[in-house]
Write a protein that binds this ligand. Structure first.
Ligand code: FUB
Length: 335
């Protein structure tokens, strides 16, 4: 009968929906999710956390990642796909160890993967690798980007097609060691009463492989226009800068590190100064917090990570949540 026939026909498996604030993966660890939309599809460029077996220290030696995978999502009613290895440390001649938080961009019919790693002298630099596919494999340039240093690159392309790289991070990220413009292994953080160090920004050349100018510091100020001080650990920049644009405002969001918040500041100029506005995300489980903000199919999302699945700071899991704005352009904090 017809009823018998329909029970015999193979069932199409319903895709698993991706729920907000739930880990995208629980059997493999990804962190530092940089999300982008390319050709209407969402791609995530994360760090790939591993069990390094290295004793944790303040330089983050235990974060000893060796490769990158690209994740992709068609929509939130389907599952998140791990597209496999896109770049490995052994393929990058200048890298010694620690492939940390990457980012990606698209221009010139090419996908660019930007990644920080320690060079043979144990100095963090930022490298770039290219591919014709958003998921790689990526082919690295022979050397790191000249003039780059520290870590956590985030590349923002404005409506006028100019691309800027923001980067930097304290402690393990070595930003304090570049205060004079040269690497100084004894370089220390500013005193508490001095302005905090900001992230760096550099305009990129159209080749997206080189800086057009020397990186300059991004200034973050309070509501009175005074620089945020180094002692102000609830508001000062620590690592994980991300820049996005909504209406005519530029938003610089970042981690406060030692106090574990994701906070943001706004500006009318992509190079700042940015005025501090508030917290977006309270501390998550685990020491680090690191996010990205992206528009996908008319809604805004924040991707972030925590260590709730593993209970280990350097084995983190990625998730997302929806983000919304108030009428004055400020961001509604996430509960
Ligand atoms: O994943 C290694 C480092 O931890 C990142 O570069 C930082 O932003 C922090 O999330």
């Amino acid at each position: 009968s017809d009823a018998d026939k329909s029970s015999e026909s193979p069932e199409v498996e319903k895709p698993k929906a991706i729920e907000p604030n739930k880990p995208l993966f629980t059997d493999v660890f990804f962190a530092d999710p940089s999300a982008h939309v390319f050709n209407d599809k969402l791609y995530i460029y994360p760090s790939h956390d591993i069990d390094s077996g290295i004793q944790p220290n303040n330089d983050g030696d235990q974060y000893a990642m060796e490769d990158y995978h690209v994740l992709s999502i068609d929509d939130f009613n389907s599952s998140c796909v791990d597209n496999g290895q896109a770049l490995h440390l052994k393929d990058v001649s200048w890298v010694k160890r620690q492939m940390w938080a990457p980012d990606a961009a698209y221009k010139n019919n090419t996908y660019y993967l930007y990644f920080p790693a320690k060079d043979k002298k144990d100095i963090f630099r930022i490298g770039v690798a290219t591919s014709t596919s958003p998921t790689g494999p990526f082919k690295p340039e022979k050397n790191y980007i000249q003039g780059s240093f520290s870590m956590d690159p985030a590349v923002f392309t404005d409506n006028d097609n100019k691309s800027y790289m923001y980067f930097g991070g304290l402690w393990g990220g070595q930003l304090e060691k570049w205060k004079t413009g040269k690497y100084d292994s004894n370089g220390a953080a500013p005193q508490g009463s001095e302005p905090a160090l900001g992230p760096k920004v550099a305009l990129m050349n159209d080749d997206m492989l080189t800086f057009k100018e020397s990186p300059q510091e991004v200034s973050i100020v309070d509501e009175n226009g005074n620089p945020i001080l180094a002692s102000d650990e609830d508001r000062r920049f620590f690592e994980g800068a991300w820049v996005h644009k909504y209406n005519d405002n530029y938003y610089l969001s970042y981690s406060t590190g030692t106090t574990h918040y994701i906070v943001y500041a706004m500006s009318k100029n992509p190079k700042g100064p940015f005025t501090y506005k508030g917290k977006i995300l309270n501390p998550v489980k685990g020491w680090t917090t690191h996010h990205s903000i992206v528009q996908f199919k008319d809604k805004w999302y924040m991707f972030y990570h925590d260590a709730s699945v593993s209970g280990v700071d350097h084995k983190r899991s990625i998730m997302y949540t929806e983000l919304s704005y108030n009428s004055d352009g400020t961001i509604k904090p996430i509960n």
